[in-house]
Ligand binder design. Structure first.
Ligand SMILES: Cc1cc2nc3c(=O)[nH]c(=O)nc-3n(C[C@H](O)[C@H](O)[C@H](O)COP(=O)(O)OP(=O)(O)OC[C@H]3O[C@@H](n4cnc5c(N)ncnc54)[C@H](O)[C@@H]3O)c2cc1C
Ligand code: FES
Length: 278
């Protein structure tokens, strides 16, 4: 059993919990995730390690209430326990000193980019974060990200905060400035995480400039140990498993269309169970 010791609503959709999980906290690295099972009847759902504290023996998870299990998880309070947490899983993000890194995230992906941006910064890179949300109320971790990156750009779809538009609008503007300049260079690496259309748009844009781009993928996962094949994706024409080969992949090689289709595979069942338990 893994005891929840802290819970905060980051907004109406997104919750942050801190959980006692000493062994996972010892081993956690940026880019990795856990699988949680709420109780003996619970399904397995993957959540990114948003943070961890080796000394306190705790991990932090930030999740969006999207369906049955995440809504059940949001009902738990400090003192309650999660039956199983498996992890850390997946390859850590490859963190090296490369120069300048753009970290781009949308929606709850902002929680997932935080440990990655921090690790790139700690490795000595100049880190530019570009984050976006549908509106001001749904934006999370602005202050936390401001504290660890060199520059932070924010967009909202409806223009209710900072700049109206998409994270790719900022990306395009930054590249336009670089194109016209004689003394600045394109980033050595772009890292993105968030909704599939956003990651695809980032990859389609940076491909034109041959700027290395990594996307952290979020396919449906079941066992998360490479056995079931639920998370299979195609990258560079090869079949890969998101759970054990990823979650980070070369964004220019990913078949995003297939990923998008596979994420919708159980929509009917997900809707049925959500309605039954509403
Ligand atoms: C490596 C990885 C890390 C993730 N990290 C986070 C995170 O930090 N925070 C967060 O809010 N979400 C994260 N997700 C997505 C999260 O797992 C899903 O939102 C969750 O499983 C939804 O379950 P549900 O029962 O609440 O909703 P459902 O109604 O069952 O599903 C809603 C949508 O979530 C996706 N989904 C459903 N089941 C799974 C599953 N078993 N595996 C993956 N996706 C699924 C599908 O697109 C589905 O349409 C991550 C996914 C992956 C693969
Ligand atoms: S989730 Fe089963 S192989 Fe990846």
């Amino acid at each position: 059993m893994f005891k929840i010791i802290k819970k905060e609503d980051l907004n109406s959709d997104v919750v942050r919990i801190t959980v006692e999980a000493a062994f996972i906290a010892q081993k956690a690295k940026a880019g990795q995730f856990v699988v949680i099972i709420l109780d003996e009847k619970g399904e397995r759902i993957p959540l990114t390690l948003a943070d961890w504290d080796k000394d306190a023996g705790t991990i932090t998870l930030i999740f969006q209430k999207t369906g049955f299990t995440t809504r059940q998880l949001a009902k738990l309070n400090p003192g309650d326990s999660i039956q199983h947490i498996l992890g850390p899983l997946g390859h850590p993000t490859e963190i090296k000193k490369v120069g300048e890194v753009y970290c781009i995230a949308g929606g709850v992906g902002v929680a997932e980019i935080y440990p990655v941006a921090r690790a790139f910064k700690q490795a000595g890179n100049r880190v530019i974060c570009i984050i976006g949300s549908r509106n001001k109320d749904l934006l999370i971790l602005e202050d936390a990200l401001r504290g660890i990156c060199d520059e932070l750009f924010i967009t909202t779809d409806d223009g209710s905060y900072v700049r109206r538009g998409l994270v790719t609008d900022v990306l395009k503007d930054l590249f336009t400035v670089i194109e016209k300049s004689t003394h600045t260079q394109y980033p050595a690496l772009v890292y993105c995480i968030g909704p599939v259309p956003m990651m695809k748009a980032v990859a389609d844009f940076t491909r034109n400039y041959s700027v290395k781009t990594i996307a952290s993928l979020n396919p449906i996962m079941v066992d998360a140990t490479g056995m079931c094949g639920a998370c299979r994706c195609h990258v560079g024409g090869k079949t890969v498993f998101g759970c054990v080969d990823g979650p980070d992949f070369d964004a220019h090689q990913i078949d995003f269309g297939e990923l998008s289709q596979r994420l919708k595979a159980f929509k009917k069942e997900e809707k049925n169970i959500s309605e039954k338990n509403a």
